[in-house]
Ligand binder design. Sequence first.
Ligand SMILES: *[C@@H]1O[C@H](CO)[C@@H](O)[C@H](O)[C@H]1NC(C)=O
Ligand SMILES: *[C@@H]1O[C@H](CO)[C@@H](O)[C@H](O)[C@H]1NC(C)=O
Ligand SMILES: *[C@@H]1O[C@H](CO)[C@@H](O)[C@H](O)[C@H]1NC(C)=O
Ligand SMILES: *[C@@H]1O[C@H](CO)[C@@H](O)[C@H](O)[C@H]1NC(C)=O
Length: 370
Amino acid sequence: MLSTLWLLLSFAVPAQGVYRFVSCPHGKKCQKALLSGNDVLLQCQSAGAHWSYFFLQTRNGWTTSNTSVSNMETTPVGHLIIRNPQPSQTGLYSCQTKNGTQVTQYEIDFQNVIALYITHKDLDQTSLENSSLNLGRRETIFTLWEPWQDCNRCRVPGERKRLGYCYVQEPLGEPVPCGIFLGQARLMSKRLRPEMQVEACQVPCTRTMSTREYTIFDNFHFSKDSGSLWLACPLGSIYRPIMWEANGTSLTWQDQLSDQEISTILDPSTGGRLLQIFQPATYKCFVHQEFMAQFSPMISPEKLEDQKSKKEDQHWQVGKVLSPPKEADSVLKGLKLMLLVVFVLALVGLLFRVFRPTWDKRKNSVLLVK
Ligand SMILES: *[C@@H]1O[C@H](CO)[C@@H](O)[C@H](O)[C@H]1NC(C)=O
Ligand SMILES: *[C@@H]1O[C@H](CO)[C@@H](O)[C@H](O)[C@H]1NC(C)=O
Ligand SMILES: *[C@@H]1O[C@H](CO)[C@@H](O)[C@H](O)[C@H]1NC(C)=O
Ligand SMILES: *[C@@H]1O[C@H](CO)[C@@H](O)[C@H](O)[C@H]1NC(C)=O
């Protein structure tokens, strides 16, 4: 029951850990490459701050006072949250205090996560090589790597990943994120893309795990038609270590990137925050080595009815943890009804969260074709 309520709360309160925090010293201008499709938060410590943005590709500028771009939001303390940023939102973001003093400026290149080039070290796959841009000034395109993220599990074999961004460097110049270097120029090159590299790891458990309750999602079904379902790991992000298990078996990038037959698909554009499943099982996900959530999808009610009429089969009633005691009195029954309503609301929230990225991806590919 507690878990159900927690589920609802987790939709209402945007949890801090979900955003990639980007900061820049006071009075400075910082240049940064990030990935599209993954939420970020630009820091600006100034209550009631104004943000203005200028998008490089469309040459459009706005301020927070006369418009709102639907996926951006200023927090009460002054930070700017950008949800599911698009490559077209590459540009200049500048934060001013209430009385107009410049606080910080960001030049952010949201590199297209749909073009993410993924390699696995243990499969001897090599990352992209340096290449030249051929604009006449001997520019080099190369990948600037972030540090490796933590191993996604401890004590048992896991995997870790690192993200790499496309940069251009002129001889004697500073490296510049590709999107900012090119600005409005729509140059087509297979090399102009971000990268992700994965390798196997096994580490002892050293972090002290928080004792926070994990979430159990159990009352949802495979739809009769689609045959597959997307699960979203709470607090997951491409910028954080994520691990999924199905029936206790790890779902690895190694299996997915080799030609092995797999029964689930880790979504590359969210770093595996989303998992596509095709059959019922007990799915668990971990973020930063911590157990976050368990999903126990049931087979559709029709099928369940079939099964029941044949034989009383307890097989898919995995979510017992959440069931109230059988000898519930009428008060409890009322509570159950209320919880059902709450659960349906939460489920709608979940579906919305799960399906929005796919929709946006479609939108994205339309943009790319143009
Ligand atoms: C916002 O205001 C600025 C000037 O105050 C103006 O130049 C710009 O066109 C406005 N943007 C929109 C979308 O109305
Ligand atoms: C603007 O506000 C800051 C504090 O928020 C203050 O220190 C500064 O003097 C103010 N500047 C002007 C021009 O009023
Ligand atoms: C690729 O280019 C970058 C930037 O110019 C340079 O630092 C790096 O050493 C190059 N790597 C290789 C393998 O040439
Ligand atoms: C998980 O286990 C159940 C029974 O224990 C089985 O029916 C199901 O196919 C398994 N799912 C996967 C993905 O292995």
